[in-house]
Design a protein around this ligand. Sequence first.
Ligand code: GLA
Length: 411
Amino acid sequence: MVSGSGDDEARQILEDLAAKAGISLSGAKIRRSSSRFCLGVEHGDYNGTELFGVGTDRFIWMAFRPNDTGRLRLFSGNFEGDGLIDVSLEDIPEPGTDKESWSRFPLGVAWQLKRSGYKLTMGMDAVLYGNIPGGGMSRSASLTLNLLISLAEVNGIEFPSEMGIVDLAQAVENDYIGSPCGNLDQIMILFAREGMGTHYNPADRSIRHVPLGPGAPDFRIMSLDTGTIRPGLEKSTYRIRHAECAEMVDLCAETFGIKTLGDVRSEELFNAILEKYGSSHPHLCKRLDYIFHAQQRFARMLEAWRQGDVTTVGSIFRADGFGLRDDYQISGKELETMCDIVRTVSGVLGERMLGGGDKGASGALVLSASEEAVRSAVETAYPRSHPEYAGSFAVHSCRMVDGIKLLPGWE
Ligand code: GLA
């Protein structure tokens, strides 16, 4: 990106795409949706833990305007080969009938809105472009939220609450796309505010914005894209971990009275569960081990953030990474290569795999003065370890930004 956010370049790209697709931008607006970076508890959303994260400046930009033909007409600069998606709102296919194209997202959004009883009378013309790396920074949630909020807007739909938007967007992915994702990504994008972290408490579904404390050193959130392609969560280890956690809850529910692994908060309860199931179900105990300790670290991480103590936030991020690698066993070899490389660079405060797991991107918290050293370490070492990805890995240095933003459009 040449200038700060990339908005100017994106605007030009959208104009070029519109010309290519034969879509008019007259009266169109641009909605920009961010990526996200989770600081904890990764994999905690479907385990009932509190969550914390920030919006990051890799985005999807969508220029959109209503049409009165009752059709969705969309063209994506990231999937030009898929051509113009052109479907009547009357004719949205049922889940599973559509091929593997990105069009599942707009179709799923329309399907979910209709299923929830909203009337779609206006169609939408749109062109999109994004620069969010795949696997770890929530590209799919960003796309879903952008489409959902925009299609609702052109139809004059007002949602009863922001948490309702989170639930609808998650339902698009769960019920239409077939991804077993939780709600972390949607929450961290929808509520993201520049310079702040978003703290979600599942007990009352509350959101608190937590500013980074004063005196924090200048630091960067870096995404280390391994260049690997992660298949959907439904086809990855994610689904297996999801099922294992549910199995562990089932085992413990009656004797220990828990409803999620996040309910295991005391050392005493944790030890009692290990005592009972440690030898019969060692792998399930390992999953619990990660969730339990990550949850214990979470409160310290949040306090450190409030204090501007990024060094402690980074060291907890690192400790979570070891838990995700060794106990939750959701990382992947390329993700760990990235972590091993950047861990050797001074000024790297913490590093770990990001998001769903197996493939995609790792992340690091880095003092700004060390950003170039991180780039150079990765550029030298990563292709030596994984020459097959020499042409596709990338290093992104991100800032904290607002999650959803409307930008000026065209007259
Ligand atoms: C993916 C899912 C989220 C969450 C993370 C792991 O991004 O979409 O719901 O479970 O993995 O924290």
